[in-house]
Design a protein around this ligand. Structure first.
Ligand SMILES: [Zn+2]
Ligand SMILES: [Zn+2]
Length: 337
């Protein structure tokens, strides 16, 4: 069978190997479609920390079961399944407390272990979620949307709240739409006008504010001086992360979803005066995946606008470089296998 491997930064190749054999507790899946994520782009660009090569990338997967033993999830051969790509240990303090998303020994498919850019893959039955009613396009976006669903759940967002989401990439746009579906009024912020227009026109976000000096005043006007009770950062950029709480109301919550590499500096009196709750949000849990699957089943998410680029796997390598450049209008690229 064919697979695509990232040999080293900047170099992919298509290769052949034997199909995986099934083993106890695992299932063999046919990979139908793979979504390309920031992690994959960083791994290819060579700026993903602690990454080892060669590696088969891909953790956003639409799959169909081709071999599976009897299991208590009732998953059978021929079923569509979503893969939760975080392999957690089940024993550590986080796992014991139900926080498998931040397991101390977490291994992510396509990051720490080979992922889904291959025709067939063997994965533990434990990480499969039945998704019979979903199409390949729907299955492939469940993981990136689950990241947003987790961040929203962390924030304990209530209907009627006003939220600011900084960053109109795939994770940010996912948070925006899911927050709106949950009954919030959403203000999108980005430094790229093209992406803001996309969020407003294609995704239907309530307000779009260009990042920069006047953005705090704009958010103040929109909220009658209250500011947003919840702010999400989906950029991972140091400057954005350090100033995100400027958009936050007194008594608000600030959720860091994007990951930066170094130190963040906050002025203590500023965050203290607002009694700021700062929280990080990492990966997602089964509950978040199931929530997203139910939203997709009801067709509440504008999928056609979210998936912007699709190619067959034989065409992925020549197209990959162009997906690194946001000015090409890429939100979510997907690859058919
Ligand atoms: Zn992803
Ligand atoms: Zn664990």
């Amino acid at each position: 069978m064919k697979y695509i491997t990232c040999e080293k930064p900047g170099e992919f190749s298509i290769k052949d190997k034997n199909k995986p054999l099934n083993s106890k507790g695992n299932a063999i899946l046919k990979v139908n479609k793979v979504g390309i994520c920031g992690t994959d782009l960083h791994a290819y660009a060579g700026n993903q920390a602690f990454f080892t090569y060669p590696r088969i990338l891909g953790h956003e997967l639409a799959t169909t079961v081709i071999d599976i033993e009897e299991n208590d999830k009732g998953i059978k051969i021929g079923d569509n399944v979503v893969v939760m790509p975080y392999l957690s240990c089940g024993n550590c303090v986080a796992c014991r407390n139900g926080k498998t998303n931040c397991c101390t020994n977490i291994k992510v498919l396509g990051v720490h272990t080979d992922g889904g850019m291959q025709e067939h893959i063997s994965v533990p039955i434990d990480v499969l979620i039945p998704a019979q009613k979903l199409t390949d396009d729907q299955m492939v976006v469940v993981e990136p949307l689950a990241i947003g669903a987790h961040a929203i759940r962390r924030s304990e967002l209530q209907t009627g709240e006003t939220v600011v989401v900084i960053g109109c990439g795939p994770i940010g746009v996912g948070i925006m739409k899911l927050a709106q579906i949950a009954g919030a009024k959403v203000i999108a912020i980005d430094v790229n006008q093209q992406r803001l227009d996309y969020a407003k026109e294609k995704i239907g976000i309530d307000y779009a504010v260009l990042g920069g000096r006047e953005s705090v005043e704009k958010v103040s006007q929109i909220t009658d001086g209250d500011m947003a009770t919840v702010v999400f950062d989906a950029t991972g950029h140091k400057a954005a992360l350090e100033s995100g709480s400027d958009y936050m109301s007194h008594g608000g919550r600030y959720v860091l979803v994007g990951l930066s590499k170094g130190e963040l500096v906050f002025t203590h009196p500023a965050i203290h005066a607002k009694e700021t709750t700062i929280m990080c949000s990492r990966n997602a849990t089964l509950e978040d995946f199931e929530h997203v699957i139910s939203i997709l089943e009801k067709n509440l998410f504008p999928l056609d606008s979210f998936i912007t680029h699709t190619v067959d796997y034989t065409e992925m390598i020549p197209n990959f470089d162009s997906w690194l450049n946001p000015s090409n209008g890429v939100i979510k690229a997907t690859v058919n296998f």
